[in-house]
Design a protein around this ligand. Sequence first.
Ligand code: ARG
Length: 276
Amino acid sequence: MWPNAILMVSPRGYRVDYAINPHMIDTSGKLNRVIAALATAQWSALQELYETLGLKVEVLEGDSEFPDMVFCANQTFPFAGSDGKKTILLSNMKNKERRGEVAYFEKWARVRGYRVVPAPEVSFEGGGDAIWNFETNEIFGGYGFRSEQRAYDLVEDLTGRPVHRLQLCDPDFYHLDTCFAVLRGDTAVYVEEAFTAEGVDLLKSKFARLIRLSKPEALKTFAGNCFSINGKDIVLQKCSEEFRRQLTELGFQLHEVETSEFLKAGGSVFCMKQTL
Ligand code: ARG
């Protein structure tokens, strides 16, 4: 079932303060500089677009102590328990800089009556690495940089759903959502260079149509970080003409946005929300 609500974290306090992925520094090795007013405008436009597309958007205020908190795909993994109860598995963030973010989400979830499951003992970065196919009810689990493969044993136990594990092998694609997106049940987009040969075979066996996104485009536009909200409407950073044509020909409706300020921290559309 495709989600009808998402959570976003306001960009209050968002900036690039440290480099925990290769996108956060410029060619001379200096930390990227975010233009705060522009980031806020881009974030608001994205929120508005979701509302126009019929999604309910819940907002949690960011905290300037945690400059990456706006990337709220990462701190949790939501699912429906076997009894149907809305449940949230907390993440065990790999980098110390981000560990404190999780408590804000735990509090948020408890206030809203979610069942909260403590984080796995090994690192796990939630919806950045564990991605639902909402039509087939399967999960794809990236591991190697931020999440450990063993975390998916717990995810399988909790959800009762299979987790197809994909090893990530290129540091530019440190979360699965930087190089893979499910567009609809039978169609996904992926960056071949980010996966092992085994991973590519697995993806080919799981999707009737697999769109290969070039590495240069994935790095430049983060098109692999697109968000298919319902199997038809796809929200994404302004992409290449080629990618736009490919998706449009398959019947998808593209909604292109500008997320330049968030690309500076190595994130874009998919990471800037949590599906509820
Ligand atoms: N700077 C953040 C980090 O490195 C960006 C996270 C982007 N989130 C994502 N799901 N790809 O953790």
